[in-house]
Design a protein around this ligand. Structure first.
Ligand code: MRU
Length: 359
């Protein structure tokens, strides 16, 4: 399995996703500021993966803090979490992971734990978030694969695979689980302008796993659906509101509308840490606006006339009425989502001793 992110004594090692698929490089980010910049600049991306990166960044910052006493460490901790939380606004996993680290820090600091113990425990917590993410993806895969046909073509958008998580993937995890269970699936990957996560990352990781994948330009999806060539659509999510509205990579909403028009099921796969049940609907989800250069340039070459402005929202919100089912690590939620997601919240995480922490 591809190692998206790894804790090392020198710092946080990540595969540089900006350079894939042509260059496979694993730089080490040695300070929490460097980890924050890696998240901001998309060395690492994908909601669950940036949650893991932020947790490791917090642990790194605390371990290397020069504070002289606990009060100093508290103030450093505040700064570390503030910097990491300011990197990307849409994926709620980032804030979920930082909150989890904050809870543990407060518990230990209030108990007057020594510096070494605090740092060690925070490292262990970041590693637990990483391990649980892979377990959750595998559980999601088992639930979700039952929804996919025994043979057929599944369309996906962006990259919701091993590269977007600690491993295995959410939407691609469901596809992997289906293939592992003997289903004959072909994948059509939208290229996903402007950052090309589909063409560069989804195609790369599925190809490495010998899963049949073909890339299409984003504007081809409708025609393929109209021709009856797509049996299901499955995507990941960056944040899901209490009513089941889904924020995901820009271009997801038109796909969902097209899927409904052509009577094709539209599935969303996401761990429970992607649910933001405090917000009633998708209108409360902050949408990240990214650098214009991602649109005006491809591979460093300008394609839009100099002086012409562009828009670059990184995400869109798909209203719940277009979503056939939401696959989570706690089970599959069906409409109406206000009720079904809340039932999964009440059920809590299955088989985990720390169940109370994130329910
Ligand atoms: O801007 P990105 O590449 O971080 O956006 C990623 C996505 O939109 C993914 O579909 C989402 O995070 C789910 S990843 C399992």
């Amino acid at each position: 399995m591809i190692k998206t992110i790894e804790w090392t004594d020198e710092g946080v090692k990540m595969i540089d996703q900006r350079k894939l698929p042509t260059v496979e490089e694993y730089p080490v980010f040695k300070t929490y500021e460097e980890v924050a910049e890696a998240i901001r600049s998309m060395v690492i991306r994908g909601a669950p993966a940036i949650g893991v990166a932020a947790a490791m960044g917090v642990a790194l910052g605390v371990r290397d803090s020069k504070a002289k006493n606990l009060e100093g460490l508290r103030s450093d901790f505040e700064q570390i979490t503030k910097v990491l939380a300011s990197t990307r606004p849409t994926a709620v996993n980032l804030f979920w992971a930082i909150e989890r680290m904050k809870r543990l820090f407060k518990e230990l600091a209030d108990d007057d734990a020594d510096r070494r113990t605090i740092a060690d425990q925070l490292i262990q917590e970041a590693l637990a978030i990483q391990t649980e993410d892979i377990e959750n993806n595998k559980r999601m895969g088992r639930f979700g694969q039952q929804l996919l046909p025994d043979s057929g073509t599944v369309l996906t958008h962006c990259n919701a695979g091993a590269l977007a998580t600690a491993g295995y993937g959410t939407a691609l995890g469901v596809i992997r689980a289906a293939v592992e269970s003997g289903k004959h699936l072909r994948v059509v990957a939208d290229e996903t302008r402007p950052f090309l996560q589909g063409a560069r990352l989804t195609a790369w990781e599925l190809w490495k796993d010998d899963i049949d994948v073909r890339v299409i330009a984003d504007n081809m999806a409708g025609t393929f659906m109209h021709q009856g060539l797509i049996d299901a659509v499955i995507v990941g999510a960056d944040r899901i509101a209490a009513n089941g509205d889904v924020a995901n990579k820009i271009g997801t909403y038109p796909l969902a509308v097209l899927a409904k028009q052509h009577d094709i099921p539209f599935y969303v796969a996401a761990p429970f840490s992607t649910l933001d049940l405090k917000i009633p609907d998708g209108s409360h989800i902050p949408i990240e606006q990214r650098d214009a250069k991602e649109v005006t340039h491809i591979g460093g070459v300008r394609i839009v006339p100099d002086g012409v402005s562009v828009f670059n929202p990184a995400f869109d919100v798909t209203p719940n009425e277009f979503v056939t089912a939401i696959i989570t690590d706690r089970g599959v939620a069906l409409p109406p989502y206000l009720q079904s997601l809340d039932r999964l919240r009440v059920a809590g995480p299955a088989g985990r001793p720390d169940a109370k922490k994130d329910s």
